[in-house]
Every structure is written in structure tokens, then in C-alpha cells.
Design a protein around this ligand. Structure first.
Ligand SMILES: Nc1ncnc2c1ncn2[C@@H]1O[C@H](COP(=O)(O)OP(=O)(O)OP(=O)(O)O)[C@@H](O)[C@H]1O
Length: 371
């Protein structure tokens, strides 16, 4: 079971709460503005240090509060048990702990909490900047390849140093920094390529289950041209790099191209279809993560009904149920979900004016049915 207990205080309109979620499916329903998304946001904050709704913590912190506190008891089938605690003050100071010991990096919390979010703006993964898609790939690589974080940190340092040299026009230092930059770039690229090779069949299978009519291909651009080694590319681009004070090629320019035939999927697909593709990407990541690490992803599905019709809602719910992951799923009315889907193992929570109450009995156990 991933999250065994969740305590939240100082988040938006939520009253201080402690929840004991179900290991599989958790429905949260309630009126607009009741606080459903804020519960999911709290879990995402613990996992990544960031909200999926705003880049500024001050908007997440309850207007009446001086501090936000989150505590999660985790029971991971592979890593064991842990208690994560996050404290953030209005002043911006923050403290992250695991089992009482201070963590110096968010990556450790992320390691314990492999969270995927599917929410109304999720189609931005297709329409947003390449960085969003790079982060998507890197989430997968980070969670299955243990050395990736070290390669990534080394690469960031090398890139920073190389760019500083370019800005200062200190050409003589380039030959000192280039070998390290090339080595870490190639390590990152190799891990991304290998990951995507394993990822693609998972994606095709998930998409076929969500919508068999959609034909979408994934193509990876590594950040420098195909069939040419990075050393030659850097040499050829050196003059221009020096002129602009920036390294034009490398894994920081990689891109996951998502296409329908030869066209970018975002230009062709409807919003509902885009959301379906993004859901397939996220389900595929969870599925691959599960196969390769023997651990499970936690899915936060906010406002499932937005953009997806009943058939696609059902297909997504069924896929998530089959993955046997812990899922937190919100909807304005319970019926929008429960009319189409009756998972055998679930809990239902009602959210009203920031108060979250577990409804006595879960949904009647019944096999899932849909035409
Ligand atoms: N910093 C804050 N402090 C206090 N209240 C806040 C703060 N930010 C937002 N709110 C309020 O908290 C609530 C947040 O609701 P949330 O978005 O979680 O609701 P929801 O149930 O997901 O709604 P919807 O169904 O409309 O998506 C809203 O009523 C909002 O006005």
C-alpha cells in the first residue's frame, strides 16, 4: 500500500485533516470550490515540491495560515515504510524530513512518492514547451535508472560551466570543459533512449485500450543531430555558441515529438483526444515503472470528467484499476464516476467547505460494467 495516512494543514481552504486512504481507489466528490483538488495538490506538493496548479507557493498556503504542514505515512511494497514530513513557512523557509531526519533534496521524497497527475490542463504535455516533455521522460528514467540523478546533476554543472565560459568568450577553456560535458550528455542520452525503447510498446498498448482509433507515434530527438557525434557538433557550432553565449546542442535541447502521421499531434487532435493521449502516456509510465521496479505509481486524477466522455472515462478508470495502483480521483458528483465504474476496492470521501469526510460504506462491490 503506498500512502497509508495523509495529514494536511495550511493548504488553501482545507481544514486540518487526516485521511486514511484506500490502497487502491479513492473517490473524492464535492461541489465546485469545496477543496477536492487541494487534497490532490497536497500529495503532489509532497512528491515534487511543486503544485500542479501554480508555480507560486504563496497561493497554495491558506490565507489564514502562517505555515503549511504535510505528513504522509508510506508503506511501499519494495522500499518499506517511511514517514515524510514537509513544513513550509509563509516566509518561504522550508524543511523536509524523512523518518525525522532532514532531507537536503526533494529527489529523495520523489523517490518515495512516484506520483503521476492527470488534471484538466494535462494536455499541456502535448501543447507546452519541449521542457515539459523532457521532464516527462526524465520522470520515467529517474524512477527506474538509479544512476540517472547523478548523471543529471553532473550534466547541469557541466552545462552551467560551459555556458559561463561561452558568455565570457573564454574560448581556451572550452577544450577543458567539453570532454566532461560530452560524457555526461551521452550518458543522459543513452538512458533516455533506452527508456523510450521500453516505453513505446507500453504507450501503444495503453492508447489502444483507451481509444483504438487514435494513431499516435512518439519520436525522440536527442538534442543534437542524428548520426553525428556531439564532439563534432560542438566543434562546428563553437563560433555561434560563443556569439550567443549559450550551448545550442545537448540533452537540454532534447524533445519527445508526439505525432499523428507527419503532423504534430497537438495540431490535429481535439482536446479530448489530446487528454486521452496524455492519459495513455501517464498510464504507460506507471505500467513500465511497475514492471521494472516492482513498485506502483500513485495517480492523482483531478476532475476526470473534464474533456473526457463517458466511454473514455470508463476506459481510463479501468486501466488504472487493472494497474492496481493507488488512485485519488475527483469529481463534482459521485454519480459521474460511480454510474460507469464500480471498482471492487475503494473508499469514497465527500468534500464540503474544506472538510473531508469518509463516507461510511464504499461503493457496492460489483464487477465493472460498461457497454
Ligand atoms: N490560499 C488560499 N487560502 C484559502 N482559500 C483558498 C486559497 N486558494 C484557494 N482557496 C479557496 O479554496 C478552494 C479551493 O478549492 P479546490 O480548487 O480545491 O476545489 P475543487 O473542489 O477542486 O473545485 P472544482 O470542482 O471547482 O475544481 C476554493 O474555494 C478557493 O476559493
Amino acid at each position: 500500500m503506498p500512502i497509508r495516512q495523509l495529514s494536511v494543514s495550511g493548504v488553501r481552504n482545507l481544514q486540518p485533516l487526516t485521511l486514511t486512504p484506500h490502497p487502491y481507489i479513492n473517490f473524492l466528490y464535492g461541489d465546485n470550490g469545496s477543496g477536492k483538488s487541494s487534497v490532490l495538490e497536497s500529495i503532489a506538493l509532497m512528491a515534487s515540491g511543486k503544485s500542479f496548479r501554480t508555480s507560486q507557493f504563496k497561493f497554495v498556503l491558506s490565507q489564514q495560515a502562517e505555515r503549511m504542514e504535510l505528513s504522509l505515512c508510506i508503506d511501499d511494497e519494495n522500499l518499506g515504510e517511511a514517514e515524510l514530513h514537509s513544513l513550509r513557512l509563509k516566509t518561504g523557509d522550508q524543511l523536509l524530513k524523512i523518518n525525522g531526519s532532514v532531507l537536503t533534496s526533494q529527489a529523495e521524497a520523489a523517490h518515495w512518492l512516484p506520483v503521476q497527475v492527470i488534471e484538466p490542463n494535462t494536455f499541456r504535455l502535448l501543447s507546452g514547451s519541449p521542457e515539459e516533455r523532457r521532464q516527462f521522460i526524465d520522470w520515467g528514467v529517474f524512477h527506474v535508472e538509479h544512476e540517472f540523478m547523478d548523471h543529471w546533476k553532473t550534466f547541469r554543472k557541466q552545462l552551467k560551466q560551459r555556458n559561463a565560459v561561452l558568455k565570457q568568450k573564454e574560448q581556451q577553456w572550452l577544450e577543458v570543459w567539453n570532454p566532461g560535458f560530452i560524457e555526461s550528455s551521452e550518458a543522459i542520452d543513452a538512458q533516455r533512449q533506452s527508456y523510450l525503447k521500453r516505453f513505446k510498446p507500453e504507450f501503444d498498448a495503453a492508447l489502444a485500450q483507451l481509444d483504438e482509433t487514435l494513431e499516435v507515434e512518439l519520436a525522440y530527438y536527442r538534442g543534437w543531430e542524428k548520426d553525428t557525434d556531439l564532439a563534432s557538433v560542438l566543434e562546428r557550432q563553437q563560433e555561434r555558441d560563443l556569439a550567443i553565449g549559450y550551448t545550442q546542442s545537448g540533452p537540454h535541447r532534447a524533445e519527445l515529438r508526439i505525432k499523428c502521421g507527419k503532423q504534430p499531434a497537438v495540431e490535429i487532435l481535439s482536446r479530448g483526444q489530446q487528454k486521452t493521449v496524455v492519459a495513455a502516456l501517464k498510464v504507460a509510465q506507471g505500467s513500465l515503472f511497475q514492471k521494472e521496479s516492482d513498485r506502483r505509481t500513485i495517480y492523482l486524477v483531478d476532475d476526470l470528467a473534464s474533456e473526457l466522455d463517458e466511454k473514455h472515462r470508463f476506459a481510463l478508470c479501468k486501466l488504472l484499476e487493472d494497474l492496481k495502483c493507488q488512485v485519488f480521483i475527483t469529481s463534482i458528483d459521485k454519480e459521474k464516476l460511480t454510474d460507469i465504474w464500480r471498482p471492487t476496492a475503494s473508499k469514497v470521501f465527500h468534500v464540503e467547505h474544506g472538510v473531508v469526510t469518509e463516507i461510511d460504506h464504499a461503493l457496492p462491490a460489483a464487477s465493472t460494467t460498461h457497454d
